[in-house]
Every structure is written in C-alpha cells, then in structure tokens.
Design a protein around this ligand. Structure first.
Ligand code: INI
Length: 164
C-alpha cells in the first residue's frame, strides 16, 4: 500500500507564484501578507531578490484565471496561489465574478497539471472578509500551507514510477 500525501518540508525547493487581485485590496493585501509570512517561516525566500517567488497583481478576481494560466503554462512554477476578495453586499454581479474565478482557476489547474490554490474569499460583508484576513485569523496563511502541501504532493506524483 502506498500512502500518498504532501509534506511541509522542502519548501525551499519549490518555485511559487502568487496572483493577487487589487479589488478590495484592504483585504487582499492582508491575505498576501499572511501568505508570505507562512511561506517565509517554511523556508521560502520572500526577499526582493528571491528566485523562487514571484507576485503578480491583477485588477480583480475575474482576471485571476488568465494570469494564473499564463504563469502555469510558463513551466517555471510548481504551484500557484490566487488571492482575491468578492463581497456580496457590495457586488450586484457577485455570482458572476465568483463563478468565473472559481471555474477558471479550477480549469487552469486541471489543464496545466500545476496546482492552483483557490484563495478567493467570498463573503456577505466587508467585516466578514476582514475577519478572515487578519482580524480573527488570516486565511492567507492557510492558502500558503495548502500550496506547500500540493506543490510537494504533485512533485512526488510526477516523479514517481509505477512498479508492479
Ligand atoms: N472583483 C473582486 O475581486 N471583488 C469584488 O468584490 C468585485 N466587485 O465588487 O465587483 C470585483 N470586480 C471586478 C472584477 O473582478 C473585474 O476586475 C472587472 O469586472 C474587470 O474585468
């Protein structure tokens, strides 16, 4: 029996890209800071001169998939993290933005084989979003952990050979 699971060690060997939406950047900048804190504490170089981490900004969550697709297709990264915040109270087309972002991100991940973490907060109010971006907990930290796990897991799967 093989047990297949990701690890949180070896992060310094991963190349990671984070794509962040500027819309609601009061929230997304906090998600990014939690994300970078987690990556750094697991050994990822997050300095300006880092060769293992790139951060791309897009206008809103709707644009996350196309930029994630370009980065995934570049072949430079083992894992991507997308960060956004869509708030229902302020967004008549909430369902459209969330639907396109979530479907698009899932499609990029499946079609390229590069894991793409869905770090888009979908809340009813700004207060709820802020609570998830640092006032209570910071989900950016969790998304980074999930990225390390999936980067490691997919790396192991891609390198493994099936023997009988
Ligand atoms: N983008 C978001 O990331 N969150 C939102 O809450 C939001 N609202 O409220 O509309 C939002 N809209 C912008 C959208 O993502 C695109 O950037 C825009 O439509 C241009 O394509």
């Amino acid at each position: 029996m093989a047990t297949i699971e990701g690890r949180f060690t070896g992060a310094s060997a991963l190349r990671i890209a984070v794509v962040v939406a500027r819309f609601n950047d009061l929230v997304t900048a906090k998600l990014l800071s939690g994300c970078l804190d987690c990556l750094s504490r697991h050994g990822v170089d997050i300095t300006e001169k880092s060769k293992q981490l790139d951060v791309a900004w897009v206008p809103g969550s709707f644009e996350l998939p196309i930029v994630a697709q370009s980065l995934a297709r570049s072949g430079k990264y083992q894992v991507l993290i997308t960060l956004g915040a869509v708030i229902r109270g302020d967004t008549p087309h909430f369902d459209v933005v969330v639907s396109e972002a979530s479907k698009g991100i899932a499609t990029v991940s499946r079609e390229t084989g590069v894991p793409v973490i869905f770090g888009v907060l979908t809340t009813d109010t700004m207060q709820q979003a802020l609570e998830r971006a640092g006032i209570k907990s910071n989900l950016g930290w969790t998304y980074a952990l999930q990225a390390l796990e999936m980067g490691s897991l997919m790396g192991d799967l891609n390198n493994s050979t099936v023997s009988s």
